[in-house]
Design a protein around this ligand. Structure first.
Ligand code: CO
Length: 140
């Protein structure tokens, strides 16, 4: 079920400093997007084979605020794997005892596609996001 890594998300305490670091290394950088529904501002660093997603808290109830309290210099927050069918991915994880965070139902993620997050305790201590980046193939 695991497709390519869609992005590696890094939480940063200072977004401008992080952008300028990558700019200095010649990276292809997107405009900042403010996503109040998700409590984050994101900037994408486009690399030849994947993206780095810089995450910075937005608003009072940002899901990454506590991460930055524990990791004041920032750090890797999650990995995102592409999957072809988000419901199949959720089923497969349940079969293997991998807990899904929140309601367990796919939600529309920061990029407009359905996502699920696996519990880090069931995934080698890593927060893993699964994103269905295209409509699943309809059965013939
Ligand atoms: Co993500």
């Amino acid at each position: 079920m695991l497709g390519p890594i869609n992005h590696i998300a890094i939480a940063v305490p200072d977004l401008a400093a992080a952008v300028s670091l990558y700019q200095n290394l010649g990276a292809d950088i997107s405009q900042a997007q403010h996503l109040p529904d998700h409590g984050v501002t994101v900037v994408f660093i486009k690399l030849p084979n994947t993206k780095i997603e810089l995450l910075h808290p937005l608003g009072d109830n940002s899901p990454i605020a506590s991460f930055l309290t524990k990791n004041p210099s920032g750090g890797i927050h999650h990995l995102c794997f592409e999957v072809s069918d988000i419901r199949d991915a959720g089923k497969k994880m349940a079969e293997h005892g991998i807990r899904i965070l929140a309601s367990g139902e796919p939600k529309i993620g920061a990029h407009g596609f359905p996502v699920l997050f696996a519990h880090p305790k069931d995934f080698c201590g890593t927060l893993a996001e699964f994103e269905q980046v295209a409509a699943p193939e309809s059965p013939q």
